[in-house]
Design a protein around this ligand. Structure first.
Ligand code: ADP
Ligand code: ADP
Ligand code: ZN
Length: 218
């Protein structure tokens, strides 16, 4: 089964993608994570992407399409993929359909997480991640069981994203509305769109996604 998790920054895409990965054996493909790895490696692509990410804008379609094309050739994606943060423009959605068709694959469902702006800003400003294993946390909504220690791996080092600040978040929300929201009707027209109430607590959102996927073959 190949899924897309769609929603504004901070909606809970990464959180739900990790859960689906654990429960359904799907591979999470996050273009944001891939781009941050490029930034950390200091590659030419990373240096270029960092400026755009820090401004809260979208990197070029060609770059992310190229990354996803290469990644979906790897054998670990055969059982299914969760696209997290991709596609983000209609051009990316069209390119994804074309590239999957060439590989004999397709998108089986698109899950939209609906969250209002005030909640997004609160979620993003409290977000942090284990530096070692990548588990996501939140100052208010998802604290580690023991303060300062990762539940999953025991690490005591955490990171906060450079672009998770009030000013950049505003630009990211504008980019979502202007460039990403137009892909909702694209998938609606294909009968693939399932919208869930992303304002609910994490387990409830997961339950809604499970119910939406019950009827989906793939
Ligand atoms: P995205 O990948 O869409 O940007 P994340 O999954 O990183 O979003 O979630 C953003 C922040 O909000 C994280 O700190 C996460 O722990 C928290 N979060 C995710 N889902 C919920 C929820 N349903 N209720 C409250 N907080 C949430
Ligand atoms: P979010 O928490 O906003 O959903 P991501 O980790 O998905 O964040 O993305 C972080 C940044 O990486 C974006 O603001 C954008 O600059 C860049 N980015 C990630 N995915 C894409 C994409 N599919 N197309 C263009 N830019 C992207
Ligand atoms: Zn950890």
């Amino acid at each position: 089964m190949n899924l897309i998790l769609l929603g504004p920054p901070g909606a809970g895409k990464g959180t739900q993608a990790k859960k689906l990965t654990d429960e359904r054996g799907l591979v999470q493909l996050s273009t944001g994570d891939m781009l941050r790895a490029e930034v950390a490696s200091g590659s030419a692509l990373g240096v270029e992407a960092k400026k755009i990410m820090d401004a809260g804008q979208l990197v070029s379609d060609a770059i992310v399409i190229g990354m996803i094309d290469g990644r979906t050739d790897k054998p670990d994606t055969a059982k299914g993929v969760i696209f997290d943060g991709f596609p983000r423009t209609v051009a990316q959605a069209e390119a994804l359909d074309a590239m999957l068709a060439k590989k004999g694959k397709k998108i089986d469902a698109v899950i939209e997480l609906k969250v209002d702006d005030a909640a997004l800003i609160e979620r993003i400003s409290g977000r942090f991640t284990c530096a070692k294993c990548g588990t996501g946390y939140h100052d208010k909504f998802a604290r580690p069981k023991k303060d300062g220690i990762c539940d999953k791996c025991g690490s005591t080092e955490f990171t906060r994203r450079a672009d998770d600040n009030a000013e950049t978040v505003k630009a990211r929300l504008v980019a979502y509305r202007q460039q990403t929201a137009p892909i909702l009707p694209y998938y609606q027209a294909k009968g693939l769109l399932h919208s869930v109430d992303g304002m609910a607590a994490m387990p409830e959102v997961a339950g809604q996604i499970d119910r939406a996927l019950d009827g989906v073959k793939g």
